[in-house]
Ligand binder design. Structure first.
Ligand SMILES: C[S@@+](CC[C@H](N)C(=O)[O-])C[C@H]1O[C@@H](n2cnc3c(N)ncnc32)[C@H](O)[C@@H]1O
Length: 204
């Protein structure tokens, strides 16, 4: 099966069971680092929002206007229930449909790792276009080079990413200045799971 379909169908089946494990880590420190750089009441895209917890809800509770997109019907169904004040749209993040210079912030946590890495450059270029000049980007990327299909919470899953240095370079070359980058490590979905975070500012 097409890799994208594997990811989409597995998240359709996972829904609540993903959410239950996800909520063991709330990422409040990381979310604060992002929002403190975004003007009050700014417009934020949560790209690959999942069930809206914890990210979309945190952003709404802090007064932002939030649009969440995801390609899984079940994740979106839960997101609408969890965060009724946000707007949720079914959309594939590799084919974004928003005007240029539209968002003050764009956050995408644990999503790009599921997208074929050949598409990462094009994705960051789209992020650059839909963010306003000076807009803030926060993404998690892989902590090492990987391209594989495996098992995740009992479902088939696909991961694809470059090493951190390459991810950083792709973001810079797509029109961003790096503010900060760091690693997190959790005993979460799997033991000693590492993620690479990049906080960046859109160039003019
Ligand atoms: C690991 S979950 C992360 C969800 C949420 N960002 C979070 O932090 O919990 C990955 C999410 O990305 C979505 N996703 C993966 N690839 C996508 C794509 N190409 N377009 C839209 N959503 C996608 C999945 O449906 C799933 O909801």
């Amino acid at each position: 099966m097409d890799k994208e379909r594997i990811v989409q169908e597995s998240y359709n089946r996972l829904g609540k069971s993903y959410q239950d494990t996800r909520l063991k880590v709330k990422n409040i420190d990381e979310l604060k680092r992002f929002t403190e750089l975004i003007p009050q009441k700014g417009k934020i895209l949560d790209a690959g929002c999942g069930t809206g917890l914890p990210t979309t809800r945190y952003l709404i509770e802090n007064g932002y206007e939030v649009i969440g997109i995801d390609f899984s019907d079940e994740m979106l169904r839960l997101a609408k229930e969890n965060v009724p004040d946000a707007v949720f749209i079914k959309q594939n993040i590799i084919d974004l449909d928003f005007p240029d210079n539209f968002f003050d912030g764009l956050i995408s946590l644990y999503v790009i790792i599921h997208i074929s890495r050949e598409k990462h450059r094009g994705l960051f270029q789209q992020f650059h276009e839909i963010l306003k000049p000076g807009g803030i980007l926060l993404v998690t990327m892989g902590s090492m080079e990987l391209e594989e299909t495996g098992e995740f919470l009992g479902e088939e899953m696909y991961w694809s990413h470059y090493n951190p240095k390459t991810s950083l370079k792709l973001i810079e070359e797509s029109g961003f200045s790096i503010i900060e980058e760091w690693f997190t490590s959790y005993n979460w979905f799997s033991e000693d799971e590492k993620h690479y975070w990049i906080l960046a500012k859109n160039n003019d």
